[in-house]
Design a protein around this ligand. Sequence first.
Ligand SMILES: [Zn+2]
Length: 310
Amino acid sequence: MDKKPRMLTWADFTPDFPVWKLNPRGCVLATKEMAPGVYGLISSIPGVDNAGFVVGDKGVLVIDAHISLPMARQILARVREVTAKPILYLVNSNYHGDHTFGNCAFPAETLVIQQRETASRTPYIAEEIAFLLPAVKGDAAVFAGVTYRPPDIVFDDHLRIDLGGTVVEVHWFGPANTPGDTITSVPAARVAWTGNVTGGSFGLALESDAPTFLGTLTRLIQTIEVGTLIPGHSAPLGPADLWVYMDYFSRLTNDLKRALREGWTLEETLARIPMAEEFRPPPADPRAPFMEGRHRYNVRRSYLSLTGEL
Ligand SMILES: [Zn+2]
């Protein structure tokens, strides 16, 4: 039996880090056709998970299973509004329960696909429920009926899936938000589901650090022709948003090198690397305090990672 991997807990966060809002009650997933046979499922509640699906001649591939059984059933219902073809594959974009807890509601014929780092963390349902409880305001009933559904296909770097007339590429470019972040791309449509690698005005290096995140973004851009990106938790993005992400993590990486070279403490580093104005949402934007906390998390996490203190 493999050693249990390190999983994130709320003890990893500082009190200034705003808790996510992932409670799906009242959430409606809107079907948006991005290209023929390529559908985004966009949440009606900002911050609550998106999903999506791709329809080929042979069947359907779904991206992400959502946080609860009712939400997974909503995904299945949205697919059935479009096609009666079998749901052949389900890809999880990362290990967290808001992307994987719905797996157990999918038909037995559906093959669940997870990157190896994701697959090593999904068996720990109880730990993950404890982690997500604050994000659903303690509403434990959200997780009713969730059971572990083991993956059928575990991949390391890349899968090419031919759905019949439509090819889907599933990629791992390295850690960014989580160790196993998975990008699902339909090259012919220039549409990709980027999970929690994207979202907000810049990325969140939840379980990596700034240079690692930058490397993952670089490989993504080297490999995929960036058109429309569907993030895990926000409205679709375009290429310009990704260039902003690159800019943010390039600058943060460079600033952290100076911090290390000059021997700054963590507190000095947090004080001397504020969020640059161009990445700051306007004060009226409801995301403004959220992004401030995210930047401080990125600085802190990256500092501790680069100094070997994690
Ligand atoms: Zn998520």
